[in-house]
Design a protein around this ligand. Structure first.
Ligand code: MRU
Length: 331
């Protein structure tokens, strides 16, 4: 339980709270919590925003609650009223995210049916993008779930998602409890699955979408996009409009979070640093250096479509995204 914003910052850093839409919601509630407890709100807001750099939703959520707090403070001069306003903003974001999930699922299902008219979709997903990261049923996972509910999901292929196993620990759990047919695979088994003709579409979420349509998502998404292109399989990104960041011009400008090496050199290094290690089971010689980016960036030309709550962007171009942002006030 987080009883102040600094505990929430730690929960975000250690991935107890994670996934782009949920980071936005949590960040907004964190600002409301700081305000209610009488802490310096802008200081808490900067700490929350800085907890993880890649998912733009985090700063969108933080700034929305902070702006509501500030506006009410200026209007009334009453810190208690301003704290209530911050909480109302967080609750509104939470509710809107749930609604966005429902709409993304509907648009995504329609797109799948259009791209794969035969039905019986076999979908590959990476990382975790269901109700554990959302006010509703999520992003990419919500589309697979919608297909399952109408009997058109033949199988969800779930990448385990090394090194922190969001696929194995979280997506497999979410799939199991819906009763859908799903199979877990190691990330490096995906290539042979495509080669065997077993994947009809790839569905992933996003942590930040640059103005040119480059998509940052969990590391391992880009290789799937390359595989999908080679095998003529659609690579579909599902994300709320708040994940599109018009201020980040292109993929090279996206800051990709680098995480500690012990997450790679140990299995289940989830307890945080213990004397320079993560408290997990070592799988490499002591002192081994590890490359551990949390995300990678897929260029727009490999993305078949971006599904948002406001509709589908395809082909993915800077112009189409600018129009979407202008239409939805995401500027
Ligand atoms: O490092 P994580 O677990 O926060 O990464 C999450 C992802 O990469 C998700 O795919 C992403 O946030 C989009 S879907 C909610």
């Amino acid at each position: 339980m987080c009883t102040d914003a600094s505990a929430l910052v730690e929960a975000i850093r250690s991935l107890a709270v994670r996934g782009a839409p949920l980071l936005g919601i949590a960040g907004a509630y964190g600002v409301a919590l700081a305000a209610a407890r009488g802490f310096e709100v802008s200081e808490a807001a900067r700490a929350l925003e800085g907890a993880r750099p890649t998912a733009v939703n985090l700063s969108v959520g933080v700034r929305r609650a902070e702006a509501a707090h500030q506006a009410e403070l200026v209007r009334t001069g009453d810190p208690a009223a301003a704290a209530v306003a911050a909480l109302a903003a967080a609750r509104a974001l939470h509710r809107e995210d749930a609604e966005a999930s429902t709409r993304m699922a509907a648009h995504g299902l329609a797109l799948l049916d259009e791209l794969l008219p035969g039905g019986g979709h076999r979908i590959l997903t990476h990382c975790n993008s269901g109700s554990l990261v959302s006010g509703g049923e999520g992003t990419a996972f919500a589309v697979a779930l919608a297909a399952h509910r109408v009997g058109r999901l033949r199988r969800l292929w779930v990448d385990e998602t090394r090194p922190l196993l969001q696929g194995a620990r979280l997506t497999a759990y979410e799939a199991a409890r819906t009763g859908m047919a799903y199979t877990l695979l190691t990330d490096n088994a995906a290539g042979s699955l495509f080669a065997a003709g077993e994947v009809d579409a790839v569905l992933v979420g996003a942590d930040r979408i640059a103005a040119d349509g480059s998509v940052a998502n969990k590391v391992g998404s880009y290789p799937l996009a390359v595989l999908a292109r080679y095998h003529h399989v659609p690579f579909i990104v599902v994300a709320p409009v708040t994940t599109v960041d018009p201020d980040t011009p292109d993929g090279a400008s996206i800051e990709v979070e680098q995480r500690p090496g012990y997450e790679v050199t140990e299995l289940m290094a989830v307890q945080g640093p213990v004397a320079g290690a993560g408290g997990g089971m070592p799988v490499a010689p002591l002192g081994t250096q590890a490359y551990n980016p949390a995300f990678d960036v897929t260029p727009p030309e490999l993305v078949t479509a971006i599904v948002t709550e406001e509709g589908v962007v395809s082909p993915v171009t800077a112009e189409a995204l600018a129009q979407l942002c202008a239409r939805t006030g995401q500027v």
